[in-house]
Design a binder for this molecule. Sequence first.
Ligand code: CAA
Length: 290
Amino acid sequence: MSIVAHNIRKIGVMGAGQMGTGIALVSALRAKVPVLLYDRSPEQTTKGLAFVDKLLEKDVNKGRIQSIDAKEAKDRIQVVGHEEGIKGMRDVDMVIEAVSESLPLKQAIFASISITKIAASAVPKDVSAASEEGKKIAGRVVGLHFFNPVPVMKLVELISALQTTPDVLNRARSFAVACGKEVTTSKDVPGFVSNALLMPFINEAIMCLEKGIATKEDIDTTLKLGMNHPMGPLQLVVFFGSIGLDTCLAIQQTLYEGTRDSKYRPSILLERMVDAQWYGKKNGKGFYEY
Ligand code: CAA
């Protein structure tokens, strides 16, 4: 996919956590666009860039890319200084928000908040949402849902807000394709397609454990070997870096409150695990010991 096709010549990425650095990497390496990377924590930015270096080096060592490709990709990623802040995101055609996963509740909020609502909130208070200007501003907001780990996962879920213009939607789609991803489209409903399927799936696995139907190992092995899932649901639930069982519970609660659909009703065991402050990998104890 050429750069002209998606017509996005430069992007900004807000947040240098796992998602943000992954998005910066695929944008710089695959779509070959300059990236301005901003995180309010300089330490996080340093950590994120070191991770990008590590992944590029691995790709070179495995013969997937040349060292010149790695160097060019790295050079395309520029850090926006802490002092400049968001104002440093100049002359970009698209800004991707991926603020750090050190705010787990944000994940919960974003699992249920509508892209339409985010688009509406982009319109300044003194501009009517129904005016041409209001529609133009809100029309630029689109949902691009990358998956963790971004460099490995082949999917991007595309979500159109009510206000998103067809042009913006098409450009976002072409950009994701240029990043080497397959794109699926979901309506702007709580959780989109991905979490509407994943959250009940994880919850059912926890309920199986709660009811004593099988051991945690057998639940995970059943899905891994019986259905070829790369990870079992009880492994996956704490896989998201600093995200853990607490975030999973928060997502399910928000989806449940937002939809009143019983498929999102969190299992008692999940609630008790969180009561016990056993969050998974991030603090060493979840369904497994880490
Ligand atoms: N970042 C970048 N690359 C990573 C990585 C990370 N955090 N973790 C693993 N990888 C890479 C490895 O470097 C390795 O790359 P190479 O092939 O180049 O060597 C490759 O992934 C495979 O890794 P491993 O051999 O170590 O282990 P694996 O075969 O078990 O794969 C996995 C690891 C890719 C994470 C795999 O277990 C998997 O696909 N798990 C499921 C992930 C998943 O479901 N993600 C979606 C989560 S839901 C979500 O993101 C959001 C949502 O809202 C729904």
